[in-house]
Design a protein around this ligand. Structure first.
Ligand code: TUI
Length: 315
């Protein structure tokens, strides 16, 4: 049995968060993960506020357990979503792609546990000062928006930099990754890509098939020129994006425009030509579609076995 402070703080059984995946992690996946004892998270992404409120209500009809909502701070309606989740008093708010400081007092006031995703020690410290309950330190192995540092380098530095609980994310998909994250100073993990192929995940089957088929070298990052690099599977779209990124005759605005709508095309339509299939570097390790509960119990059992056997390394 792994004993983690984050379980007591949030009232969950296992220190495993399901990472927010824009257009992908909606109420059914989040509720399945929470029902299995982890923390399910609904991704706000760029969705309209009313849609996200509906998802919260659907999740509440599917589980009595705590779940979270992720607010993507680059979304044009981020402020409106921030207020909506306060009114809904969701148990946990996680944030991505920006600094949520301006909303944190309001969230704390209504009793929400605030857990920002951070790519550096500086932002982790800022979040601690602003009253964060915990932080998720996410390395660049992850899918989606990526920071510069790897999980291996980032996680112990963030664990040293703050006194609040730290979760590790990026490149974690099994019990080995979880055990390693705990050794690096984390008290839990956030996992996205492996939950993408969960039976309860309603993403387009083409997306699942692509992740299941991917090899270790099949992801790439694009968009550095626009200031927010994104990791995705290598596809005709991502190769074309990279080409345009290196072409000085293509303006930033044109590049932004080229990327617009590509996440939806992947997740909803399964458009293998024009879609942007965000996925982490561990895609090559994700080989089996399973119920969310089975994913969680496998990861926990493997991590426990490894941690219990740790004394074998010490003479
Ligand atoms: O946010 C993520 N991952 C994401 S967001 C997303 S949605 C999307 N992506 C691409 C195109 C359209 C929509 C997909 N994946 N991870 C957490 C994360 N947060 N990574 C980096 C950051 C971050 C960056 C800057 C956190 C704070 C920050 O603060 C800078 C500042 O000072 O404002």
């Amino acid at each position: 049995m792994i004993n983690s402070p984050i379980c007591d703080i949030l009232g969950i059984d296992y220190p495993i968060f399901q990472g927010a995946m824009a257009w992908i992690s909606e109420a059914h996946l989040a509720a399945a993960v929470s029902n299995a004892g982890g923390l399910g998270i609904i991704a706000g992404g760029n969705a309209p506020t009313d849609y996200i409120r509906d998802q919260i209500q659907t999740a509440r009809s599917l589980t009595d357990k705590p779940f979270g909502v992720n607010i993507m701070l680059m979304s044009p309606n981020a402020a409106e979503v921030a207020e909506m989740v306060a009114q809904e008093k969701v148990a946990v708010v996680t944030t991505g792609a920006g600094n949520p400081s301006r909303y944190m007092e309001r969230w704390r006031e209504v009793g929400i546990a605030v857990i920002p995703v951070v790519p550096s020690t500086g932002i982790a410290k800022l979040m601690q000062r602003a009253g964060a309950t915990a932080v998720v330190a996410e390395g660049g192995e992850s899918g989606g928006h990526v920071g510069d540092l790897t999980t291996m380098a980032l996680l112990p530095q963030v664990a040293d930099a703050v006194d609040i609980p730290v979760l590790g994310a990026g490149g974690i998909a099994d019990g080995r990754g979880m055990a390693a994250a705990l050794m690096l100073g984390a008290c839990g993990v956030q996992i996205g890509t492996r939950f993408l192929v969960a039976d309860e995940c309603r993403v387009n089957p083409v997306y699942k098939a692509k992740v299941l088929k991917a090899r270790d070298i099949d992801t790439m990052s694009t968009g550095r020129r626009l200031g927010h690099p994104v990791r995705s599977l290598k596809t005709p779209f991502s190769q074309e994006f990279l080409k345009k990124e290196y072409d000085s005759s293509v303006s930033d605005a044109e590049l932004e425009k080229f990327g617009e709508g590509a996440l939806r095309l992947a997740a909803v339509d399964g458009d293998a030509e024009h879609g942007c299939f965000l996925a982490g570097q561990i895609s090559g390790m994700v080989k089996q579609a399973q119920p969310a509960a089975e994913i969680i119990s496998e990861i926990m059992a493997e991590a426990e076995t490894l941690l219990a056997a740790a004394p074998k390394w010490v003479k």
